[in-house]
Design a protein around this ligand. Structure first.
Ligand SMILES: C[S@@+](CC[C@H](N)C(=O)[O-])C[C@H]1O[C@@H](n2cnc3c(N)ncnc32)[C@H](O)[C@@H]1O
Length: 472
């Protein structure tokens, strides 16, 4: 069955028995690029301009400390020699390369002998990663360096505008699958003139395939801009047209496609649409929650069954998560409620609000804003007062306290005292509400407007629709 895993792909690939050696037909990964910056997700609502880290893209020796220790476990002389050399000549990328090498080794293990591997990266890291892939896959299994060209983005003050990414394509062996008839593009796109099965270039006549030509190793496919319908607001989201070409070229219906850094799920969404089986892994609870919604919004009743692993499934496992990592617990609960976690993965300067949700009400021009506070420890009356103070300060319309422990009687009284928020006639909600972990797992719903618009929803397209850029 299709699966979404929350966790570090290294752990998932090593420990999940369901991802068997040599079982995957196609792997695409689009890992962070070592770009030394953090990606942020913004609300579409400019008023709030609340920022949070979607994921960290900075690797330091400290952050890959574990990987450094694990380096000794790599029994691959060439790889070790390569990484040791980089430690001296390119120390700035060494931690990143260690992190990636360990994961590429595991990905190679789960790939079928007929399988293909695509690594999406940029020119800052591609030359280093290529040497790692050469060592893991073997130089003879390098197939293509695909240049994805786009127009989006600015220009440097000096130098040429940077308008391409690099996708390294390797196979596990010579026996890899390549279904070229599924990815044909019109001949016209290379300047030739095609008439009745013939192509005429500079007066010379060539026979042509009626399906079109195989695209070259440079692809002009639009990147997602602010207006793109596909855009979900996840930084670094890739267009489905790109994934559609890769998936069609190297897999068949029913084959298994894996993305170990799946972000907001472009690979799994495209695989689902093309009737492939899929596995997605991401370390961010926010990504997993966004994917669940994206798939539901896109495919509705057509959506194949899938399981989510690594997220709490009952009160006990949620408490365990809190004990292990209170911030992950906070992120998990907020994202389950499709609320924007303001201090993702770490405690920022506490403004009394851990999450913000936005909702719409018919005939109410503004969005309704709700501030959330998550408590894993004991709670008391003053927590309710603090929440009320915080939402008043930030001008949010309502507040919700999410608590592991049951509220005390004075807390409930205090919450009731704050009365109700009435946006328009007929739409009244409690100003302050409380939900316990037990209530959440028993399916209790918060009394909030039904239309949660915190994260823009994917357009419902159903299966079988074509993306631009490919035709078959
Ligand atoms: C560049 S984004 C992927 C974007 C994706 N291709 C899309 O279209 O949405 C990289 C993703 O890798 C995830 N990530 C970073 N380190 C990870 C790890 N060790 N295991 C799994 N996912 C990781 C981040 O949370 C982020 O969502």
């Amino acid at each position: 069955m299709n699966k979404l895993y929350l966790g570090d792909c290294l752990d998932v690939l090593r420990n999940e028995l369901e991802i068997k050696p040599e079982s995957i037909d196609l792997i695409y990964i689009d890992p962070p690029f070592n770009s030394k910056r953090n990606y942020s997700v913004f609300f579409d609502d400019k008023e709030l301009q609340t920022q949070r880290m979607a994921f960290e893209d900075t690797w330091s020796l400290h952050s890959v400390g574990d990987s450094l220790t694990e380096l000794d476990t790599i029994h691959h002389d060439k790889l070790l020699a390569l990484l040791n050399a980089y430690q001296n000549i390119a120390p700035q990328v060494f931690p990143y390369l260690v992190m990636m090498t360990l994961r590429i080794i595991e990905l190679h293990k789960v790939l079928k002998p007929t399988g293909s591997f695509y690594l999406h990266c940029d020119p800052t890291a591609s030359h280093y990663l290529k040497t790692v892939c050469d060592a893991v896959f073997g130089v003879k299994n390098f197939r293509n360096e695909i240049i994805w060209c786009y127009k989006l983005g600015g220009r440097p003050q000096k130098g040429f505008p940077k308008k391409h990414d690099i996708i390294l394509f390797y196979s596990k062996s010579d026996e890899f699958h390549f279904f070229d008839d599924t990815i044909r593009v019109p001949y016209e796109s290379d300047g030739g003139y095609v008439k009745t099965g013939r192509k005429i270039v500079k007066g010379k006549v060539y026979e042509v395939n009626p399906l079109g030509k195989i695209p070259e190793d440079w692809w002009f496919l639009s990147a997602l801009n602010r207006q793109s319908k596909e855009r979900l607001g996840y930084p670094t989201q890739k267009p489905k047209a790109l994934l559609e070409r890769i998936i069609k070229a190297c897999s068949n219906e029913g084959d298994i496609v894996l993305d170990a850094f799946c972000g907001c799920g472009t690979t799994v969404d495209t695989a689902e649409g093309l009737n492939r089986k899929w596995i997605g892994i991401d370390i961010a609870p926010f990504a997993i929650s966004l994917i669940k919604r994206r798939l539901q919004d896109t495919y509705g009743n057509d959506l194949s069954q899938f399981e989510v692993r690594g997220t709490p499934t009952d009160e006990l496992s949620a408490i365990k998560l809190w004990e292990q990592n209170p911030f992950a617990f906070e992120d998990w609960w907020l994202t389950e409620l499709e609320v924007f976690a303001t201090t993702y993965g770490k405690k920022g300067a506490d403004k009394g609000i851990d999450g913000i949700g936005q909702y719409s009400i018919p005939k109410f021009d503004e969005s309704v804003k709700v501030g959330f506070q998550v408590k894993g420890g004991k709670v008391q009356s003053k927590d309710i007062d603090a929440l009320f103070g915080a939402i008043t300060k930030h001008k949010y319309n309502m507040g919700v306290l999410l608590t592991r422990y049951n509220p005390t009687k004075p807390m409930l009284n205090s919450a009731t005292q704050f009365g109700q928020f009435e946006a328009v006639y007929g739409y009244k909600y409690p100003k302050i509400q409380i939900m316990t972990l037990a209530e959440f797992f028993s399916g209790k719903q918060l009394n909030l407007p039904k239309d949660n618009i915190t994260f823009k929803s994917a357009a419902t397209i159903g299966k079988g629709s074509q993306q631009n850029g490919c035709f078959a």
